[in-house]
Design a protein around this ligand. Structure first.
Ligand SMILES: Nc1ncnc2c1ncn2[C@@H]1O[C@H](COP(=O)(O)OP(=O)(O)OP(=O)(O)O)[C@@H](O)[C@H]1O
Length: 263
């Protein structure tokens, strides 16, 4: 079977002329069906741009993305962003219902699906609440429930836990691990956090400073199901150190470039 996501020679430039910003590429990346791939790289290297191109939210300037839609009756893709992207004027339940409405799922059929996801994400008692009454972690759970409720073949996640405090982030990582271990969807997960990438991913892709390309890929060898205790092991620390060694130079390059641009 061909890879689920094929990113081939993808480049993205923003703007034209002397002010043009080469944000991404050329980028090649193949992701298998059911694989959880984490993408790390220095700030501004084009990680979000990559995700937006894969999602079809912006076109690439060059190259192409090919996605395998295995079952045309299912939703191909959902996206979860850092800023929750839930509607403040809708209740938790209505936010989760949104994707199913767009998909044309009838009310009766949608009800048990919505309840199932509210339950799995611990939101059942908050179904009638409005987002402003919820904590950041709960709002992010709403946006994950909404993305998952349509049961997408591919889940794209752009730093979904970056706005959460450290403890909540750990809890959300555990929850996502458990959810993914049940369903095994194809996930592309952008993060700044190396240990999050190793804990969650089957593979960690390291991008160069802007315009981002793949400089190295690390297969994460730890068996599943994984738990957050994995972090305390020597092997985990060794892999994190190895990835950081690769990333450190790129982060330095980025800082130097910013200094040059500011000079
Ligand atoms: N719409 C846009 N117009 C102009 N430049 C843009 C646009 N979107 C992104 N860029 C620029 O493209 C580059 C890559 O941005 P992108 O957000 O993809 O990086 P990132 O790796 O996700 O960054 P971060 O880690 O800080 O979130 C940056 O220099 C950014 O300023």
């Amino acid at each position: 079977m061909p890879d689920k996501i094929q990113v081939h020679g993808v480049e993205r430039v923003f703007g034209t002329g002397p002010a043009a910003v080469a944000a991404l590429g050329p980028m090649d990346l193949n992701i298998r069906s059911g694989e959880f791939v984490c993408v790390v790289g220095p700030s501004g290297c084009g990680k979000s741009t990559l995700l937006r191109v894969i999602a079809g939210l912006i076109p690439p300037t060059a190259g192409e993305v090919t996605l395998q839609h295995e079952d045309l009756r299912t939703t191909l893709m959902s996206v979860v962003f850092q800023d929750y992207s839930i509607y403040p004027w809708k209740t938790v339940e209505d936010n989760v219902r949104l994707g199913l409405d767009i998909k044309g799922v009838g009310k009766a059929e949608a009800k048990p699906m919505i309840e199932g996801w509210l339950q799995r994400l611990g939101l059942l008692n908050f179904r009638s609440a409005y987002p402003h009454t919820l904590s950041g972690g709960m709002r992010q759970r709403v946006s994950i429930a909404r993305a998952m409720a349509v049961e997408p073949e591919i889940l794209l996640m752009d730093e979904p836990f970056a706005a959460l405090d450290a403890q909540l982030r750990l809890v959300m990582q555990e929850e996502l691990l458990a959810l993914w271990q049940q369903d095994r969807r194809t996930v592309v997960f952008v993060t700044h956090n190396l240990d999050e990438a190793i804990l969650l991913g089957d593979r960690v892709v390291v991008m160069s400073s802007r315009p981002g390309t793949v400089i190295e890929e690390f297969v994460v060898p730890f068996p599943r199901p994984r738990s957050t205790e994995l972090r305390g092991t020597k092997e985990f620390a060794a892999l994190e150190a190895e990835i950081w060694k690769m990333l450190r130079q790129e982060v330095r390059d980025m800082v130097l470039e910013q200094e040059r641009a500011g000079a």
